[in-house]
Design a protein around this ligand. Sequence first.
Ligand code: TXA
Ligand code: MG
Length: 343
Amino acid sequence: MNSPDMSRLLAQAAQKLAAGGLVAFPTETVYGLGGDAENPEAIAAIYAAKGRPANHPVIVHVAPEADLTYWAASIPAEARALIQAFWPGPLTLILPRASHIPAAVSGGQSSVGLRCPSHPVAQTLLREFARLKPSGQGGVAAPSANKFGQVSPTQAAHVRAEFPELGEDRLMVLEGGPSNVGIESTIVDVSRLDDGIGPVLLRPGHITAEQLADVLGKPPARPDATAPRVSGSLKAHYAPHTPLRLVTRAQVLAMARGELMPSRAENRRVVALVFEAPPDASASYIDWRVCSCDPALFARDLYAVLRALDAQDYNCIYIEQPPGTEAWRAVNDRIGRAAAAFG
Ligand code: TXA
Ligand code: MG
């Protein structure tokens, strides 16, 4: 990270952002596809690369010392408390957008999503970029660095695989090792408190509703009909190419005995991610893969495992349904959406 090579690359990457270019960078959650948050053409280039509808807002990433009043029209006490508790880290706050910040970054909405990542490469990039701006304030707009609807990348190699059409000249990819959290940030909407709405938990993540409640003094509300659009809230999202199905433990055991495979002809080779290998695993067409019973470790590895399995010729990926507890809420959210993509 402190090597002369990395410093040079980060300086180059900051220059590239300042010139309106795209830079993919590591964060502790997933890799982001970044562009200058104040440059609508850079935002348009992000949307084009992702194949994402232009009315979807993107998160603005800022360095720890950023002046948040540059980005947000107001910062309610609830937001300050959450920032104090969880930044830098995997929490995004939706705040009222300052009027001089282009609406392109929030898909035309009057809010702005802000996040201060803890990953050292992301932080150095954000600092270097801010130094190049006349205002001294720089924000990097970055959705996850994947094509729309696909699994988020947690390694630099995933990003390169996702955008084969963009050479190094059009997309610079910074290497930062595997992301530790592995799933996208928790998103809390604090932009509508003046209307008596919120804080609202828009997307569950590594920071749980319980942890938010400890700081807020009350649990965050669930999204209502007027909640801002969150693309990750589309029912079918985060999906691999291989069909994915969730199964109960009882179904896992039945599968292991060679039962419960309704259309064996088309399910010739399947893989099952389970919490414990079944005692009688006689069905030869199933590859078993034991995953962590710790939700944080499960989340850390989930997307990399899905990508690796996608690269093999499985007819289906089965995942044993984790417990329905708060600790598993973010994981259940992501795998539930992935399974929903296949009906
Ligand atoms: O962990 C993360 O959040 C990663 C890393 C790169 O920071 N980013 C990420 O970005 O997951 P993306 O675009 O894939 O998802 C961001 C979500 C979207 O669902 C978007 O709708 C929501 O944040 N969002 C961003 N700004 C918003 C705003 N102003 N109002 C409502 N939702 C917003
Ligand atoms: Mg995404």
